[in-house]
Design a protein around this ligand. Sequence first.
Ligand SMILES: NC(=O)c1ccc[n+]([C@@H]2O[C@H](COP(=O)([O-])OP(=O)(O)OC[C@H]3O[C@@H](n4cnc5c(N)ncnc54)[C@H](OP(=O)(O)O)[C@@H]3O)[C@@H](O)[C@H]2O)c1
Length: 335
Amino acid sequence: MNKRVLLARYPSGLPVEADFVLDEVPVPEPKDGEFLIRNLYFSLDAGFRQWMREGAGDNYLAAMQIGDPVMSLTLGRVERSRHPDFSEGTLVLGRHAWETFTLTDASDFTAPLEVDPEVPLHLYLGTLGPTGLTAYFGLLDIGQPKAGETVVVSAAGGAVGSIAGQIAKALGCRTVGLTSSDDKAAWLEAEVGYDIGINYNAADGLDAALQRACPEGVDIYFDNVGGAILDTTLTHLRQNARVVLCGMVADYHDADKPYGITHLWQAITKRATLKGFMYTDEVARYPEAMARMRGWLDAGAIRTFDEIHEGIETTPAAFCGLFTGANRGKAIIEL
Ligand SMILES: NC(=O)c1ccc[n+]([C@@H]2O[C@H](COP(=O)([O-])OP(=O)(O)OC[C@H]3O[C@@H](n4cnc5c(N)ncnc54)[C@H](OP(=O)(O)O)[C@@H]3O)[C@@H](O)[C@H]2O)c1
């Protein structure tokens, strides 16, 4: 049987487990031009909350439909094939749903995956996959880090943030990580390697904490969250600062009323650059990025923080945890 996680209703505000429901249907059979994938891992990505909304379709992805398996990124192995380019046994990565088996004709960004057997497979969803590529292209292309510069990262211990912070450190920058609790701030310093971890919920506030941590100002702000955290950090930019607009998780559950940024004026007087990006624009440079990430991993310059949950039943709770800060590192479901 094919076990699936369906979207039971559109989340209202923060996603909760009751927004999802599990079911089981017979495993489908491939027709000519199709193949069946047995999924091994699901990637949990906060960004997919954006398309769990009526009419949320944009020019990038269509809105998810109630009753359909939830759209995601998965890594799996071809189980049966009637497609000329995907033979049985091939490992594949693609934009497939939360289900144990995926039937596809490869039109959903399915690509064969070349792996090094020495590397744990789930790293190809995290540090050596979409997460690592996002941190790499955002930080290097837009951030343009130079040794000695101060780099602030929000959701600093999350999937993308933990990698962005470590790459910045490997390049000789001073790194400051923003997170939601004292515990996580201490972990950012002790384990992830940030020079300073800041709990933006602490009583004295983010503004005072940034003033203490970055008295000379912020050269690069790698922003995963948007909202009030972006707004406050804009007031700490240094001349010629770069702001990497990677994600806006603080706004994902309230897209009808996104936070109104009030300090954009700072970008003018500080001659700052604010730029958004999608890692998928850089497909031609994936090999370059992967090779460099692998080099940093092998040299011990960056570590992987993967939070692996066992079994498809754990998917809804683990996904909801991304919006309460429950996760540390990359959240992955192992099937
Ligand atoms: N542009 C691209 O190509 C691209 C690709 C992939 C992902 N992204 C974006 O990158 C960001 C991070 O995604 P991820 O999958 O790596 O997730 P993640 O960082 O592993 O998990 C989300 C984290 O966001 C923080 N957070 C959640 N709700 C928040 C709120 N209301 N205000 C402030 N912080 C909040 C929490 O961290 P704390 O507890 O530390 O605050 C949480 O752990 C997302 O915005 C995503 O859309 C962009």
